[in-house]
Ligand binder design. Structure first.
Ligand code: GLU
Length: 545
């Protein structure tokens, strides 16, 4: 009785061979330089910014090489409820326009020839390869009770490895056919473990496309490749799927570097060509003391990719910020190419930062302000309305009720004659920013010592005020009225002799602005007053501070 007999005993129903499987996954016909990469999320119900970062890098590497990007759902951990969780993944990717050449639709249809693109539907494939490894003596069944396949330290201890601190050999690694048969006849469940060929003394070198050549201790653990429920842990599924699906570059988080030696041993045992890894740096944040820590689901709302659409950040703001993190050269490129889409910014694996990027909301806001400043009034209105339709339905109704008025509001300072103000960085802040359009101001940014003067000016101004047809006409009116009230209409004269005046026209405008909007700063006052209409404007001007 040999290893092949053990394999047959363990997998009597598996009749296919690896060759049969490979016949279903023909080699991809790629041109020189074309990258095939993938995003392989586990459906956890949460899209962490770090996961998305990885998806976005993959998306760009494929796009920049006219290559192929596919989506593979890694859902072999069946304890989780995955249906809703899968939707979260698709939702985030759709929102940000990350499109895939190959994937499985939410209702289960595979698009592409290398499916199924969902791991739980590939179980038989993994078994074929596990059977082959057992038949070749490179893997073995393990009947230890605790062998769930979770490779966490605790479980490893419970399985009582023969551990001399250099190697971790499992006690089941040399069971005879008879012993295996006895366990099987007893109806015992088994996991399959790789029989590592290393003794804990060797080191290996491998190449990472971002970090260059790395050296590490070779794997010397008999780790689980098939759990006792027949599902593969990450390592085994990764080696098989990325080989069959023709991945040329695996982009994954840096946290996987430490297990790369184990993964590479698997590739070798399976007779596969080693895969090219691109371990991207993780995203950090600075805490209040200025120390860095990984951005975390627990403490940082921005770790959730849905935070950004919820707050109403334009997708491009977020994506451009991520490009900044991937390659600091993006900022200069953007400066030199203000009108181009970020999609034209090309980078390869060698251009990806080796330094952990630090997430900084202020920086994102700056990028976003610039992007929003380039939108036309109508675009801004439409984006604002889209956002409100999802996150603030009452506001959406208001915005729809007088489309023309709100487009004009968004259009303010966007007529090309002056540089648009760069105050707005997301759509959720716009209701507050324009609060004077939705309700009378409740608070007023005015100094106590100015109140009396302002009341006096506004009383006179509101009597004289009439609607103007242009900003120039409006300003001329203000000047005339202010002049009548003893305000300087010529700034030079005012500066020469400030004592002779109650103030200058700018001060008079400030009083009007504060009465109408509550704020000291606002976009063009003339437009705001026209949009509010004469009655409402007069009403506000009659306010007493
Ligand atoms: N499912 C793994 C994860 O979400 C995939 C890692 C990889 O891209 O290979 O971390």
């Amino acid at each position: 009785m040999n290893n092949q007999d053990i394999a047959n005993l363990l997998f009597p129903d598996i009749t296919q061979t690896p060759e049969d499987i490979f016949a279903r996954y023909p080699k991809r016909n790629l041109k020189e330089g074309q990258v095939v990469t993938r995003f392989a999320p586990s459906p956890t119900g949460f899209m962490h910014i770090g996961n998305f970062f990885q998806a976005f890098i993959s998306y760009n590497l494929a796009k920049n090489s006219n290559g192929i990007l596919f989506l593979r759902i890694e859902d072999t951990d069946e304890k989780r409820e995955i249906k809703e969780a899968k939707k979260v993944i698709y939702d985030v990717l759709n929102r940000f326009g990350i499109t895939f050449d190959e994937y499985q639709t939410l209702d289960g249809k595979d698009i592409g020839n290398y499916g199924p693109y969902v791991q739980s539907q590939r179980k038989d494939i993994y078994k074929v390869f596990a059977k082959k490894l057992v038949a070749e003596g490179k893997a073995f069944p393990c009947f230890c009770k605790k062998t769930e396949g979770k490779e966490d330290v605790l479980k490893l201890r419970e399985t009582k490895f023969i551990n001399d601190d250099e190697k971790e050999y499992d006690p089941c690694r040399d069971l005879s056919y008879e012993e295996v048969k006895k366990h099987i006849d007893n109806g015992e469940k088994f996991a399959i473990r790789l029989k590592t060929k290393h003794d804990g003394k060797e080191r290996i070198k491998f190449y990472d496309l971002i970090k260059g050549e790395l050296e590490a201790k070779a794997n010397a653990k008999d780790f689980v490749i098939l759990k006792n429920d027949g599902t593969p842990p990450y390592a085994f599924a990764h080696a098989i799927d990325d080989t069959l699906m023709g991945t040329t570059i695996v982009v994954r988080g840096e946290e996987y570097i430490s297990s790369a030696p184990a993964h590479l041993e698997l590739f070798e045992a399976l007779g596969f060509k080693p895969i090219k890894y691109c371990h991207n740096p993780l995203i950090y944040k600075l805490n209040e003391e200025g120390n860095r820590r990984k951005i975390s689901k627990r403490y940082d709302p921005e770790s959730n990719m849905l935070y950004f659409p919820e707050k109403g950040y334009p997708n491009d703001s977020v994506l451009e910020y991520l490009l900044n993190m991937i390659n600091s050269g993006f900022e200069m490129w953007r400066k030199n190419n203000p009108d181009k889409s970020w999609k034209e910014f090309k980078f390869g694996t060698g251009d990806i930062t080796t330094v952990a990027p630090i997430f900084d909301l202020v920086k994102l806001n700056d990028i976003s302000k610039n992007i929003i400043a380039t939108m036309s009034g109508e675009e801004l209105y439409n984006n604002w309305l889209d956002w409100a339709s999802e996150y603030d339905k009452d506001l959406a109704e208001i915005l729809k009720s007088d489309k023309e008025k709100y487009i004009k509001l968004c259009q303010m300072d966007r007529d090309g004659s002056s540089k648009p103000r760069k105050d707005i960085f997301n759509y959720s802040m716009m209701k507050d920013y324009f609060n004077y359009m939705f309700e009378r101001p409740q608070t007023f940014e005015i100094l106590d010592e100015d109140k009396e003067k302002a009341n006096e000016f506004l009383e006179y101004y509101s009597k004289k005020y009439k609607t103007a047809s242009s900003n120039e006409e409006w300003f001329e009116n203000v000047k005339t009225i202010a002049g009548e009230m003893g305000y300087a209409t010529d700034n030079k004269l005012y500066k020469q002799n400030p004592e002779a005046y109650k103030g200058n026209v700018a001060k008079a405008c400030e009083f009007i602005r504060v009465a109408v909007t509550g704020k000291k700063n606002s976009p063009t006052l003339f437009t705001i007053m026209s949009l509010l209409g004469e009655d409402e404007t007069k009403n506000r001007l009659s306010h007493k501070f």
